[in-house]
Design a protein around this ligand. Structure first.
Ligand code: GCU
Length: 617
């Protein structure tokens, strides 16, 4: 091709490149490719959300015929189920799906425990919800999901909007100008297949609950609104409140007022051309603590928007082998919890009622701390715990054998970490971010976790960052934790199953713990299985007597562990797992719960309760 023609040809292409550039720069607006979610809007419950919870029409699509052609090439959107065609409207047209004729599932909720036919289902289920809406002048509209497991592609009114990956963190899409006056429809393709490169990967000791497992809202905001903010005590002080505000919209530079009426503080600051401003001001708040979970109404307002939040102020730090809350040495009297409903048929928990019940059991056991394993739980769980004076360990599902060298796996894990911290960074009760659980020690894993830890500290330097590590025998009776991750972790937290996976309970009497670090120690898992109501000799596995004996032996051993500053026994309640098939005893449940899947407290519950009760606060 001669040079002149080449230049002419290239100039003809320019507008397309420019357009392509525009399309990719508008990465948040629905495109033919799956766009990214819009940056997370926080504290959505304060924006009088329009709930889309309730019955949604569903179409199971194990072979994803609603998305790919027979060569597994993605269809154009109008040929996918996002088109929401009708079988009956034109019987000359070949249509092989119809949401109006389909089954329904409740949202929020996993599909596994709603319908027998979905108990083991792993694949795609399409959801559709119709809703009436009338766009308001000058208001922006967002579609917000509290969470959906695992990969979700969303369409509104026949247009594909974007995709989110990760089963336990919120995501939202802007749908301004896509929602119309009158009836609208949102369609979500939710695929819970486990992926080797996923986060988590394909092997987990919990049920792979699929579906829209959390709330779905329509959020309306002014054209320029307060999308995100951080308000908490400045690190190292208990009398300076600091933070930042991020506006979103066409008027980024505005006067901001942060007001805490009960502290008679009203602080003004102005956002820059990116809509961002930091602030700090003196104040002497009554500190949040488990004994006094004091929350303040904090109002953040700008010229075009305002929002209120309930925020507590406290300090958390480590000093040698101690954890200090508001400067006071505090033992974390905890318990681990999976996000499951308190009673049969179990399934994914969501909302305040589930949270109050589950956390009520923890409170009854004497807990001031819960390890929300192994993934971020729903926002109501964290906020309810905050109101109840229960501190939280919050964790991303970097679990067991993650693909450490896969860049996509890392960005997925990092994204879930960012979404977790973005949502909960203003919750005073969250004191520890955890980046992993029981991961194999190798250089790639160390690099992966070090990068996550530094990202967590970059986003939020005020909280402790940790991971659940594992014990190591130095010889037949000497145990330690010498994980390469320890220098990067604020506490040394680890799981140990002495007396269950490692000998019988009396083995706890034979070991000597030794550490060569001066950091607080948290035992993030110990425990044994028991079927509620099964009684017998304490040597008999899965009897309540055996489990109680294990707890008695563990508690005796705790007094020999240097720097022990917290315990979160595994686990508060029996939970469903595909790895627990023992018929008549497990029946697809991991029976290490201190409470059964029917809500009965086992003997070991009371062993733990009396030990925590014997501690002075
Ligand atoms: C591991 C793991 C848990 C699991 C537990 C068990 O420590 O972290 O997710 O459920 O052991 O085997 O019960």
């Amino acid at each position: 091709m001669n040079r002149k023609f080449a230049l002419l040809f290239a100039s003809m292409l320019l507008p397309f490149f420019a357009a392509a550039q525009d399309a990719t720069s508008e990465k948040y607006v629905g495109t033919s490719k799956e766009a990214l979610p819009y940056p997370q809007i926080i504290n959505v419950s304060a924006r009088t959300p329009i709930s889309l919870d309730g019955w949604w029409k569903v179409i199971p699509d194990q072979y994803e015929s609603g998305y790919y052609n027979y060569r597994l090439v993605p269809f154009a959107t109008k040929q996918t189920y996002f088109a929401d065609l009708s079988f009956s409207k034109d019987r000359t047209r070949l249509v092989e799906y119809d949401f109006d004729m389909a089954d329904s599932l409740m949202v929020p909720g996993d599909w596994n425990t709603q319908k027998e036919k979905f108990y083991y289902y792993e694949g795609t289920i399409w959801y559709r919800k119709k809703f009436d809406y009338s766009p308001k002048q000058g208001r922006r509209v967002f579609l917000y999901f509290g969470g959906a497991n695992y990969e979700t592609i969303v369409g509104v009114n026949g247009r594909k909007i974007g995709k989110h990956t990760g089963g336990f963190t919120p995501f939202n899409f802007e749908i301004t100008g896509i929602v119309k006056d009158g009836e609208n429809s949102v369609i979500a393709k939710v695929d819970n297949r486990r992926r080797p490169e996923g986060v988590p990967t394909i092997n987990t000791d919990w049920w792979n609950y699929g579906g829209i497992t959390r709330n779905v809202y329509i959020i309306e905001t002014p054209e320029t609104f307060i999308r995100d903010y951080a308000v908490q005590l400045k690190k190292g002080t208990d009398n300076v409140i600091s933070g930042w505000v991020q506006l979103d919209g066409g008027q980024p530079a505005q006067d901001i007022v942060i007001e805490i009426a009960d502290l008679r503080r009203k602080h003004k600051v102005r956002t820059d051309e990116n809509g961002f401003a930091t602030f700090e001001f003196k104040a002497a708040p009554e500190l949040w603590s488990p004994e006094n979970p004091r929350l303040y109404e904090v109002s953040v307002s700008c010229e075009t928007d305002s929002i209120k939040d309930s925020i507590g102020f406290r300090t958390v730090e480590v000093s040698g082998a101690k954890i200090l809350i508001n400067g006071k040495e505090t033992y974390l009297k905890g318990v681990s919890i999976h996000e499951e409903k308190p009673f049969s048929p179990s399934g994914r928990a969501c909302g305040e009622q589930d949270a109050e019940l589950i956390l009520g059991w923890a409170k009854e056991m004497g807990c001031n701390f819960v390890r929300l394993a192994h993934y971020p739980h729903n926002e109501a769980m964290v906020r309810t715990a905050e109101r109840m004076g229960i501190m939280v360990w919050s964790e991303i599902p970097v679990y067991w054998t993650i693909h450490w060298t896969d860049p996509g796996t890392y960005s997925n894990a990092r994204n879930q970490l960012e979404e977790m911290i973005t949502r909960d960074k203003n919750r005073a009760n969250v004191i520890i971010w955890s980046v992993a659980n029981e991961t194999p020690r190798n250089p790639e894993r160390l690099d992966f976790l070090k990068r996550l830890i530094s990202r967590a500290k970059e986003m939020d330097g005020t909280r402790l960052v940790a991971a659940a590590m594992e014990k190591t025998y130095l010889d037949k009776t000497t145990v330690t934790v010498n994980d390469e991750l320890i220098p990067y972790s604020d506490v040394v937290s680890f799981n140990e199953y002495l007396g269950w996976y490692d000998g019988m309970p009396d083995k706890c009497r034979t070991v000597k713990w030794t550490f060569d670090f001066e950091k607080p120690v948290i035992i993030t898992e110990f425990g044994a299985g028991a079927k509620s109501g099964l009684h017998g000799d304490r040597n008999e596995r899965f009897t309540e007597e055996h489990q109680a004996w294990l707890y008695e032996e563990q508690i005796k051993m705790f007094s020999t562990i240097p720097g022990l500053s917290g315990t979160t026994p595994w686990i508060l309640k029996d939970f469903r797992s595909p790895k627990r098939p023992l018929r008549g005893i497990q029946d697809d449940f991991n029976r290490k719960g201190l409470v059964s899947s029917e809500g009965q407290k086992k003997a070991a519950f009371h062993v733990m309760q009396s030990w925590y009760g014997s501690m002075d606060d």
